[in-house]
Design a protein around this ligand. Structure first.
Ligand SMILES: [Zn+2]
Length: 225
């Protein structure tokens, strides 16, 4: 029985590494995969992991139809044993429905990998639909750590090193961002919930430079940009 599996977690939790591992293991057994991605940090048509592995992938956009694409490929005599969809948080709910049809109608395993929630702690629509439809949801437990050492469970967006909670849901930025990010540059950082709530990034918490208006407040401190 083919299945739709969703591997989810924060940024930095090793999703793309696992995607590439699955791809490697299956191709070593002679299986043929079709790999899709969107907005990967390595550039268009690539899937990359923080550990430096890279594979070719088909870049998708909003108009892309997974089911139709697979049907065309199979009809033309192509072979596909499994599908990997990386950066699946960026998929539309409709595209996730198409992936479910690939599993049910074509009998092909689909492994989707994505970040669960955005920088405001809200579910990405693609991830929400995957949680609703997947046969199996795996939360990856590769320990991504907050700067304080606690488990990082939330994604923060930073601009020039400072955490922001407003803006478009999808803005591609430098995931290695932080203290050294140039002013105005968008970056991302994983934090524990406590520090996400307090908007304390590594940069703003760094080296005893806690500003008194940020530390012990319960509510959300005002940001000065
Ligand atoms: Zn923390």
């Amino acid at each position: 029985m083919a299945e739709l599996a969703f591997f989810s977690g924060t940024m930095d939790c090793g999703k793309s590494t696992l995607a590439l591992q699955i791809q490697h293991n299956r191709s070593a057994r002679g299986l043929l995969g079709m790999i899709f991605t969107r907005n990967d940090r390595a550039g268009v048509g690539r899937i990359s992991s923080r550990l430096g592995l890279i594979a070719e992938a088909t870049e998708t956009d909003e108009g892309f139809d997974f089911h139709a694409h697979l049907v065309r490929h199979l009809t033309a005599g192509g072979r596909v044993d499994y599908v990997i969809a990386d950066e699946a948080q960026f998929l539309s709910p409709r595209q996730v429905d198409q992936l479910a049809r690939v599993v049910d109608d074509l009998g092909i395993d689909v492994f989707a990998f994505g970040i669960t929630t955005d920088f405001r702690t809200k579910l990405f629509p693609g991830s929400q639909r995957l949680i609703e439809l997947a046969d199996r949801v795996e939360v990856l437990q590769v320990e991504a750590l907050c700067w304080c050492g606690a488990r990082a469970t939330h994604n923060a967006r930073t601009v020039g090193g400072r955490m922001v909670v407003e803006g478009a849901q999808v803005v591609i930025g430098d995931v290695s961002g932080g203290p050294d990010s140039p002013r105005g540059e968008v970056g991302y950082e994983v934090l524990c919930r406590r520090h996400h709530r307090r908007r304390l990034t590594a940069a703003t918490a760094g080296a005893g430079q806690l500003s008194p208006d940020v530390l012990p407040t319960e509510g959300v401190p005002r940001q000065h940009s």
